[in-house]
Design a protein around this ligand. Structure first.
Ligand code: MV4
Length: 502
């Protein structure tokens, strides 16, 4: 199949812009769609053509399957890229594209459907020989849940079969909690997914979230592009992602990569995809779920591998075989992504919609900004509040962190509150710098940045005391060799101290 002449991008903001960029570089026409409120947005400006698809609520625009297909046909598009969110994992949409002779740039709809059911996904992973979290492979009745929970042993996780992203999920510590947990989980799952079926897993304490990026072509050739460590999340929303994951040895990476490819093969998967794993304190990894889409955090993998995941996805959809083999994948250095949301980190991450009245972007070596706005643009309340992603590359993790700090200091957004101050704080956090963090990081270490602010002064007081001690004794009082990160933090503290002393 020859490459497409025109692609419709059924999305908005930074990810629509990202896909438009791939189209332009490939000589493919990019067709944007927009809702009322997005009439004048960045993705509309950067596309060659743009079509209005409806009112601002997503249900009447970016989720309107028939309208989007109608526009794709009218504009003469051979394919549709769904980006992430909206229709990206909607097998009905993939089916409608197929029926209309439009290529859905993503996996086969059967794979979307199968991986959408977390129990079918677990069955598939088991067939592929992936390590599974102990638990059930089928949905359970209330009675079965109680019996199985006792069999597995508390604590257990109740999960929604149609879930993902933490909705309809309940941690259950003991038998007397289980009845009410089942009731709440069923009701939550029922309203969120119109499916209240539940299954059980053994609870993994303080897990780390590590995911493996794969590319599989329609001929069945697959490569893994390495992992992303995504443990820094809030309310099941990722906030910071990095690669490589500090605790992954080359042997573990190979095992995880090959496992991910086997799961994909068992699911009949092609396109770009991500296999998610949980890692326990002993570095055992367990299959969690498959994300059948391009992910928000794909740029960190692009930074270290030099592979353009969006272009590969488009080529695969056009029927071309992969242009790379596993030996061509040689990740270099380290990359970190900070998601910049229009949210107020000083007020429990409340959405902060409005007009961007000022914008200064970071640049320089190793810095990539995937931006969804411009100065004067509106950040609407109706959609995901992500306005930009800052992705930095360094020869190793300490350099990537230094670049992140430097770039975050250059980054300025006026008119809306953003999560920039939060990221600046994380990049100084000793636990983040040590790499010894898990999915409890934000809740236990950060909570609100307000409290963080007080901690800042506490940290400073500790640093002052330590410096005083150091100068009186002539030696450092710390145990063990400090990491580069910690040294940098010391530099920052001393600089700040000097400023305070005038
Ligand atoms: C778990 C778990 C512990 N044990 N499953 C949260 C979202 C969903 N994708 C899976 N999640 C979890 N499943 C078992 N058996 C802990 C979590 C979890 C989590 C996972 C990844 C990243 C952040 C998280 C935050 C809280 C809980």
């Amino acid at each position: 199949m020859a490459l497409f002449k025109k692609i419709l991008i059924a999305n908005r903001s930074e990810i629509a812009v990202r896909i438009i960029r791939a189209c332009r570089e490939m000589g493919i026409g990019a067709v944007a769609v927009y809702s009322d409120i997005d009439r004048d947005s960045l993705h509309v400006r950067l596309a060659q053509e743009a079509y209005h698809i409806g009112p601002s609520p997503a249900s009447e625009s970016y989720l309107n399957i028939e309208k989007i297909i109608e526009v794709a046909k009218k504009a003469g598009c051979q394919a549709i890229h769904p980006g992430y969110g909206f229709l990206a994992e909607n097998s009905q949409f993939a089916k409608r594209c197929e029926e209309e002779g439009i290529v859905f740039i993503g996996p086969p709809r059967e794979a979307i459907e199968a991986m959408g059911s977390k129990t079918v996904a677990r069955q598939t992973a088991m067939k592929a020989g992936a390590p599974l979290i102990p638990g059930t492979l089928e949905p359970l009745s209330d009675e079965e849940i109680v019996a199985k929970a006792k069999e597995i042993g508390f604590p257990v996780m109740l999960k929604a079969v149609s879930g993902g992203g933490g909705k309809g999920m309940r941690l259950v510590h003991s038998e007397d909690e289980i009845e009410s947990a089942v009731r709440m989980a069923r009701s939550e799952a029922g309203s969120a997914f119109s499916d209240d079926s539940l299954y059980l897993e053994k609870y993994i304490e303080n897990p780390r979230h590590v995911e493996m990026q794969i590319l599989v072509d329609r001929q069945g050739n697959g490569v893994y592009l390495g992992e992303r460590e995504c443990s820094i999340q809030r309310r099941h929303q990722k906030v910071i992602e990095e690669t490589p994951a500090m605790m992954l040895t080359p042997e573990l990476r190979k095992k995880m990569g090959e496992t991910a490819l086997k799961v994909a093969a068992a699911a009949g998967y092609y396109s770009a995809g991500t296999v998610e794993f949980l890692m326990d304190a002993n570095n055992n990894f367990y299959f969690l779920e498959v994300n059948t889409r391009l992910q928000v955090e794909h740029p960190v993998t692009e930074m270290v591998t030099g592979i353009d995941i969006v272009k590969e996805m488009i080529r695969i959809a056009a029927g071309e075989p992969l242009s790379i083999s596993q030996e061509d994948v040689q990740p270099k250095g380290a990359a970190i992504e900070c998601r910049i949301y229009a949210e107020d980190p000083y007020n429990n991450f409340m959405p902060s919609p409005g007009t961007i009245t000022g914008l200064r972007l970071p640049g320089g070596p190793g810095v990539r900004v995937d931006l969804g706005v411009f100065e004067g643009a509106q950040v609407p309340l109706e959609y995901d509040p992500i306005i930009a992603k800052l992705i930095v590359w360094g020869k190793d993790r300490p350099e990537a962190v230094e670049r992140a700090r430097r770039a975050l200091d250059e980054f300025m957004v006026k008119g809306v509150k953003t999560t920039l101050p939060f990221h600046r704080k994380v990049m100084e956090n000793p636990i983040f710098l040590s790499g010894e963090f898990d999915t409890t990081f934000i809740d236990t270490i950060f909570k609100k940045l307000d409290e963080g602010r007080e901690n800042r002064y506490q940290d400073l007081a500790i640093a002052v005391a330590a410096i005083a001690e150091e100068s009186s004794e002539g030696t450092r009082v710390e145990k063990g060799a400090p990491s580069t990160g910690e040294c940098n933090m010391w530099k920052l503290y001393t600089r700040r101290l000097q400023m305070m002393r005038g």
